[in-house]
Design a protein around this ligand. Structure first.
Ligand code: HXC
Length: 258
């Protein structure tokens, strides 16, 4: 792959956008490569957590590629938006934990991709924002719609309309960031967390993600019903017996993923 690097560390897959000279901006080729890699991570039973990050020390992803967008027709722009949305939704619904390891700028499409992740871990130097309005466009990889669900209408409107950037501290206060680390600690701490998560029962983790993702889109009554069904399905897993038995025997569970 020209623009994506992939590494496997035990049950954790690390996916890195590798266009540091363009601050890892997402062009069509990169989006297509990323989508393939995300789909393969979704299908791989030996991948239980995924870390997404950007190459270099300046940027996670500084947005969609502005040079490429500059020449797009409306039809091409729609296809581009659909491709990005497909990627973010694939990450969001991978059925495993995804962590955006935000080592610098996460702007426009970069911020939008991070919103599809289960968690966002930030370096102290991280900068997030939806600056599309300054280019005469608007978010197109789901940013306006996920931000309103994450932050509520007043903040989503403010961030998308002003296009102002926020730093790590503000992102943490708003709840967009889950953790903030020094630049040096960010990647090792993220990997450590991903490895810890990958020791948990993967089917239970998947059901929790599904319950929260789908449940937040339907009525409370439907969502409670859905949760109850997923809860009962956990009892069909080996891991449920392993986890509860280990507790009763005061032992550490060794989950099998079955
Ligand atoms: C293409 C980009 C880019 C981008 C940076 N570069 N961001 N190229 N698309 N989104 C390129 C620059 O052109 C430059 O290339 C190189 O990366 C280094 O960037 P500089 O601007 O020289 O770095 P710096 O001065 O440190 O400024 C960093 C920055 C700035 C503040 C992040 O690059 C910036 O404002 N970038 C654009 C951010 C943005 O507007 N993102 C949203 C895009 S719209 P050269 O060749 O000159 O060295 C979007 C829409 C999503 O994401 C939805 C689509 C459907």
């Amino acid at each position: 792959m020209a623009n994506i690097l992939v590494e496997q560390a035990d049950f954790v897959r690390v996916i890195k956008v590798n266009r540091p000279d363009k601050l890892n901006a997402l062009n069509i080729e990169t989006l297509k490569e990323f989508l393939k890699v995300a789909q393969s991570a979704k299908e791989d039973r030996n991948t239980r957590a995924v870390v997404l990050t950007g190459a270099g020390d300046k940027a996670f992803i500084a947005g969609a590629d502005i040079e490429e967008m500059n020449k797009m027709t409306p039809t091409e722009a729609k296809e581009f938006s659909d491709l990005g949305n497909n990627l973010v939704s694939t990450v969001e619904n991978m059925g495993k934990v995804s962590i955006a390891c935000i080592n610098g700028y996460a702007l426009g499409g970069g911020c939008e991709l991070s919103l599809g992740c289960t968690f966002r871990f930030l370096s102290e130097k991280a900068v997030l924002g939806q600056p599309e309005v300054k280019l005469g466009i608007m978010p197109g990889f789901g940013g306006s719609q996920r931000l309103v669900r994450f932050l509520g209408k007043p903040k989503a409107l403010e961030l998308c309309i002003t296009g102002r950037n926020i730093d790590a501290e503000e992102a943490l206060i708003l709840g967009l960031g889950n953790r903030v680390y020094s630049k040096e600690d960010l990647f090792p701490k993220t990997l450590e967390f991903a490895k810890e998560i990958s020791q948990l029962a993967p089917i239970a983790v998947r059901y929790i993600i599904e319950a929260i993702n789908r449940g937040s889109e339907c009525t409370l009554r439907e969502a409670l019903d859905f949760e109850s069904h997923l809860f009962s399905l956990c009892f069909a897993t080996e891991d449920m017996r392993i986890g509860t038995t280990a507790f009763l025997k005061k032992q550490k569970p060794n989950f099998t993923g079955k």
